[in-house]
Design a protein around this ligand. Structure first.
Ligand SMILES: CC(C)(COP(=O)(O)OP(=O)(O)OC[C@H]1O[C@@H](n2cnc3c(N)ncnc32)[C@H](O)[C@@H]1OP(=O)(O)O)[C@@H](O)C(=O)NCCC(=O)NCCS
Length: 178
């Protein structure tokens, strides 16, 4: 994908007012990072984050080990989701995205931070910003599925008020009322 594609991102075209959702933070280690909506110009750097993401396929099978499937998934995300990224000195270190699963009511959430940049507060900061965006867009609930063994992700979601809505199983369904 490149900037010449027609309709490069549903994000830019349908939600121009989301440009107001930009924030700057200091990490636990004093690094300055910014959170901002993804731009079409970011495509190569966004893809690179997933090409170099390890281990692959550990978070609900994502990101795929297969290069073509990975590229297709990233492209689909760009077209169909609202995405914010953590940017540290021009490098994309993580993303949070909202997928519209019940228009105007419920969105699915996904968050990933590159292994180089974990445990610095990026995931929590992106979660807070994407929840602000979800409220701004009028969603009533944000929902997700997480591997029950993914204690870091479960901790971050619980800390931000997500509640279990399905059975306690290998995968957990968590939801937050906005
Ligand atoms: C889940 C994920 C997005 C978190 O991102 P992050 O930037 O590392 O998160 P943060 O730094 O904001 O917060 C990490 C929290 O986990 C805590 N933590 C660290 N190790 C932990 C562990 N073994 N068990 C539980 N909590 C742990 C930290 O103390 C911190 O909590 P605190 O803010 O209360 O101190 C990241 O680990 C990731 O990308 N994992 C792989 C992809 C994934 O699993 N995504 C979720 C799919 S649903």
């Amino acid at each position: 994908m490149n900037a010449d594609d027609p309709n490069p991102t549903g994000f830019d075209e349908s939600s121009p007012d989301l440009k107001q959702f930009r924030r700057t933070f200091k990490s636990k280690y004093g690094e300055t990072f910014s959170l901002r909506p993804l731009n079409i110009e970011d495509f190569d750097r966004f893809l690179y984050m997933f090409d170099s993401f390890e281990p692959k396929e550990a978070a609900q099978g994502l990101p795929s080990c297969n290069e073509e499937l990975r590229k297709t998934w990233v492209r689909k995300m760009l077209l169909e989701s609202i995405i914010v990224v953590s940017d540290i000195n021009g490098e994309i270190a993580g993303h949070a995205c909202l997928i519209d699963i019940e228009p105007g009511i419920r969105a699915e959430l996904e968050i990933m931070v590159h292994q180089t940049w974990r445990n610095r507060g990026f995931g929590s900061a992106m979660l807070e910003l994407i929840l602000e965006i979800a409220r701004h867009l009028g969603y009533k609930k944000v929902w997700l599925v997480v591997d029950a063994k993914n204690s870091i992700a479960v901790h971050v979601y619980r800390k931000h008020g997500f509640k279990l809505v399905g059975p306690f199983d290998l995968e957990l369904e968590l939801e937050l009322e906005l």
